[in-house]
Write a protein that binds this ligand. Structure first.
Ligand SMILES: NC(=O)c1ccc[n+]([C@@H]2O[C@H](COP(=O)([O-])OP(=O)(O)OC[C@H]3O[C@@H](n4cnc5c(N)ncnc54)[C@H](O)[C@@H]3O)[C@@H](O)[C@H]2O)c1
Length: 340
């Protein structure tokens, strides 16, 4: 389904006339020839773009929901072709967010609503969801809530089917739901092991933070490919992915999310799907309720900016990833300069 916003793009032009030397030498943000122009609202398949050693044909469709950005570095006079500066316009797009009942997920929903995107809000908690929904609707966009447990394969599939049925599109999928169940691998008191991280503790976190992200991304990719419009899959990792004390389970899942983000960038680019992960530092949300105040204080004192992050600051990163069409497969760290 082509997007009418692409209608300002014209036909493919001769490289020598239309492109400055720098474009020929360095290529475009789409790697290689910057000749992805459109005809009748579609990117023509005549354009080619490079991928390492091989040349491939450009997708027969635009990476939909996108249009040439006003920030394009160069433009032709006649048809408004802007060979780079391709930027997703969020107005009217559909953004699905897991864990959007509260915290960072809610802030993301609000930020996308302020960009005039419609929202599919996914969470376990109906009451929290209705509050997020009201906040989004107050921004004048359409928002719908879906109760879904991201650990359950059938639940995730059915929810995404319903979202596509309700909105007719899926442009951005944000796999944000996450939990912590911290504990030392082994706790020792006076030379004796008195506790250890239980298998339940391990599995619960793996189920939500890793399997939940895997299912969300997989099912979103299936539907994005089916719709033929491309899209963006964003996942929430953490600065703890490098290995944080007391978080064997959590750190493992967040490292897994960062790795899957790279895999999916490579596997899904050919379908016009980009990926991105956000690694928040300590952020002021209810997830920290499980931490003792003195632990939070100690953690904050290790942050160069000497404060916790705000959910809106994480949401800002999600907007950047969604909008920037040359961002894929990377983790954006939003941590006040903290390194664990
Ligand atoms: N707050 C932080 O300091 C921090 C730091 C790094 C990473 N993160 C990550 O950011 C994400 C959001 O964290 P937050 O601080 O907003 O947490 P939060 O606890 O405030 O919100 C998490 C949301 O996920 C939902 N959720 C949990 N399990 C679910 C399930 N099985 N299915 C559907 N929804 C489920 C919860 O109901 C809740 O609304 C998480 O992935 C978290 O690991 C948070």
């Amino acid at each position: 389904m082509a997007d009418s916003q692409n209608s300002n793009c014209g036909r493919i032009r001769t490289l020598t006339i239309r492109y400055p030397l720098s474009a020929i030498r360095f290529g475009s943000p789409h790697r290689g020839f910057p000749l992805c122009a459109t005809q009748n609202n579609r990117v023509t398949s005549g354009a080619r773009y490079g991928n390492g050693k091989r040349w491939r044909r450009a997708p027969a469709r635009p990476l939909n929901g996108h249009r040439w950005s006003d920030t394009g570095a160069w433009t032709t006079s006649q048809n408004g072709i802007r060979p780079w500066g391709f930027c997703m316009q969020l107005d009217g797009k559909l953004v699905a967010i897991t864990g959007s009942g509260r915290g960072i997920g809610r802030a993301m929903a609000l930020a996308f609503a302020q960009k005039r995107a419609n929202l599919a809000l996914i969470d376990l908690n109906a009451e929290d969801l209705s509050q997020t929904r009201a906040l989004c609707e107050a921004e004048g966009v359409r928002a719908t809530s879906y109760i879904c447990n991201v650990t359950r394969e059938d639940d995730v599939g059915a929810t995404l089917d319903q979202i596509v049925a309700d909105f007719g599109r899926l442009d951005v999928m944000i796999n944000n739901a996450g939990i912590t169940k911290d504990g030392l691998l082994v706790k020792v008191h006076e030379g004796k092991v008195v506790n250890k991280m239980s298998l339940d503790q391990w599995r619960a976190v793996v189920d939500v933070n890793l399997t939940g992200v895997f299912l969300g991304a997989r099912e979103a990719a299936v539907r994005m490919i089916g719709l033929g419009n491309g899209g963006v899959i964003i996942s929430t990792s953490s600065i703890s992915r490098v290995g944080n004390m007391g978080q064997s389970n959590y750190s493992a899942t967040k490292a897994g999310v960062a790795a899957m983000n790279v895999v999916w960038a490579k596997e899904l680019a050919r379908y016009g799907i980009r990926t991105g992960a956000i690694a928040p530092g300590f952020t002021r949300t209810e997830i920290l309720d499980a931490m003792k105040p003195e632990m939070i204080e100690r953690a904050v004192s290790a942050v160069p900016l000497r404060r916790m992050g705000e959910p809106a600051e994480m949401a800002h990163a999600a907007i950047f990833i969604a909008e920037n069409d040359y961002f894929s497969g990377r983790v954006l760290e939003v941590d006040g300069g903290q390194r664990l």
